[in-house]
Design a protein around this ligand. Sequence first.
Ligand code: PEP
Ligand code: MN
Length: 338
Amino acid sequence: MIVILKSNADERLVQSLIREFEAQDLKIHFSQGVNSTILGLVGDTAHVDEEKVLANDIVEDVRRISEPYKAANRRFHPMDTVIDICGRKVGAGYFSVIAGPCSVETQPQMETVAASVKESGAAFLRGGAFKPRTSPYSFQGLENEGLRLLLAAKKATGLPIVTEIMSESQLDDFADVDVIQVGARNMQNFRLLKALGRCDKPILLKRGLANTIEELLMSAEYILAGGNSKVIFCERGIRTFETCIRNNLDISAIPVLKKQSHLPVIIDPSHAAGNTWMIEPLSRAAIAAGADGLMIEVHNNPKAALCDGAQSLDLPQFAAVMADIRKRVAFEGRELQG
Ligand code: PEP
Ligand code: MN
């Protein structure tokens, strides 16, 4: 981190600022130029609050030259993280498909979808039991009954389950869930992230609708800093000025996250597209750009779905998309899990 001082900075205040940094275990590289004085802070600056430094009367500007995230940073962990979930590997190019309905609705629905997506080659079963809906009048999920139906489908098929948590108070109820999803709307629920840092379950962390990649990395950092190293990123589309799709799938998030971090990256084409016809092309793009997996919404009867029917593949459509995915993952020399 570099701190640029104002040209007329009082020497006593400069020395006091330097002592403040030294008290934080930082070494100071002092550089006196003709027009400005620069302090180079050497050491772990992740804890230094830029705003606080900037609020100082003698400080002109503050610039970070290294990223504010450490545990999520590839610089300090050059090897890809591989997370083993019930024998499925996630990361380092191992490729997993998570499939299932937006919401858990009924027992026959879950039984039918789970058996079919397994047959088609999915590695994980998804389904929302607690749904974060824009309208309070929309279907909110079956809640604990939904968790029970998911666990029954896991028992019947052997597929590990992925489902969304809304609050840290639900952690005990999620004891048998294999992967806890943090939805886009909760990406910066810092209390929740801290609580997830204290548990040892894999976390699927979705990018917020209007969050930067650095903010996503910082949210992962919350979980990692708490001691849980099993974080998987999920890019699910962001809001832009475009109106002909639900969200813009940010394919460039894949190479950027892979460059900046060692954690796996999964793509959710369903919430990005908001329709079914774009699932296959977006999935192809994700595979080609280096994603470690896909999360796809699948329903036995999309027209009657209680949530996100327009973007849900029916069972034969998913089988066809999965056949295409299988071919392309093999072409890239990667190993499909499931
Ligand atoms: C979901 O996966 O069902 C979901 C609500 O996704 P998102 O948080 O990305 O909107
Ligand atoms: Mn959905």
